[in-house]
Write a protein of this length. Structure first.
Length: 357
């Protein structure tokens, strides 16, 4: 019997998660596969106004329009990670908008991306998904100004999010410096909790914790971007903590060191991982980049699963100077990210770009 709250679906409709082969950011194409696909795609020359494109796998594109303003543009969409349609829509929209915050930007408006199996889901259920997305946008203070809909085999929802940032305050994922301190804004474990939900192993308390975590906008981003001591910023999503830290380290030509004992986790995810409740995406992530990660011999399979666990609407990862740590943690506290903590540091490039102690 499912221990999580009953989904708000019409009678005789299937669970949303039963319609998706991979939920949330866990349905991302694995980074190694994506790199293989993209390397054969010809790239046009970038205009000088395009400050950030695809070269460092950053969270959003940034295009400068004048001396003090640049447009931040991103898109994100996925299949259901939960069964409640309102929660699904809110999570997906929060996840997309947070990429604007991860660049240090402020969101302006959004466009909805909607693909639904209209012969399987009722109009009321689909409307609830859109209502959840609209609620996240209201919280961010932005309108949904349009979008596009299709009839698809699996339910898909997300946003194109557009924001604005001062070019001098853009925070890339490729500008960390040796000696920087790494700070993570949200606890890990969303992928494992979503796997537990599919297996009817998730308690009501754990479900609520997952919803609170995944629907919390990373609003600390713009304030963090104002600090000169914040050198790099990204968010942790489908490639897991290891994958997104690797992107930061490679782009900055540094090695990242993570103290696993300091990494915050959602309640009960360690126990679930120990019991083998993990996502297939976690293994795919490790196969894609595991050769670049140095881990100790006593690092357990469950810990590795958490390290690579795909996070949907995950937390900000900050690389900052040591003398900025207090300010960074205070900004997180002001935005009610009480789990934020120091999890490691950056050094000059070593043989492997990521080391876990």
């Amino acid at each position: 019997m499912n221990m999580a709250p009953t989904a708000n679906l019409e009678m005789n409709e299937p669970r949303l998660t039963s319609l998706s082969h991979g939920g949330g950011c866990g349905c991302k194409i694995a980074p190694g596969v994506l790199s293989e696909i993209l390397k054969s795609v010809p790239q046009l020359p970038f205009p000088k106004e395009l400050l950030i494109g695809i070269e460092t796998s950053d969270d959003a594109a940034v295009y400068q329009i004048n001396e003090s303003q640049a447009i931040v543009a991103t898109t994100d969409f996925f299949m259901p990670i939960v069964d409640d349609p309102f929660d699904f829509g809110k999570i997906a929209a929060t996840n997309a908008i947070s990429d604007i915050y991860a660049m240090g930007g402020t969101p302006l408006f959004a466009l909805a991306l909607v693909g639904m199996p209209i012969k399987i889901l009722s109009n009321k259920t689909i409307a609830r998904i859109l209502e959840g997305g609209a609620e996240a946008c209201r919280t961010a203070g932005i309108p949904i100004a349009g979008g596009h809909t299709i009839d698809s085999v699996e339910p898909i929802y997300g946003l194109v999010a557009i924001g604005i940032v001062d070019p001098k305050r853009v925070k890339s994922n490729a500008s960390a410096q040796p000696g920087d301190v790494l700070i993570l804004g949200k606890p890990l474990g969303v992928g494992i909790l979503s796997a537990a939900l599919k297996k009817d192993l998730l308690s009501p308390d754990s479900y609520q914790e997952m919803i609170l975590n995944t629907t919390k906008l990373n609003t600390a981003g713009p304030d963090l971007a104002k600090l000169a001591g914040v050198h790099a910023l990204t968010d942790v999503t489908g490639f897991g903590l290891a994958g997104h830290t690797l992107e930061l380290a490679r782009g900055s030509n540094c090695t990242a060191h993570i103290d696993w004992s300091q990494v915050p986790l959602l309640s009960n995810v360690q126990n679930l991982a120990d019991d083998g409740v993990i996502t297939g995406a976690s293994d795919r992530n490790w196969l894609s980049y595991g050769d670049d990660v140095g881990i100790s011999e006593d690092f357990t399979p469950a810990q590795r699963a958490l390290l690579t666990d795909p996070q949907t609407s995950g937390g900000l990862l900050v690389s900052c100077s040591p003398d900025s740590v207090t300010e960074v943690l205070e900004i997180f506290r002001q935005h009610h990210f009480l789990a934020a903590r120091v999890i490691g540091h950056m050094s000059k490039r070593q043989e492997k770009p990521l080391l876990i102690a």
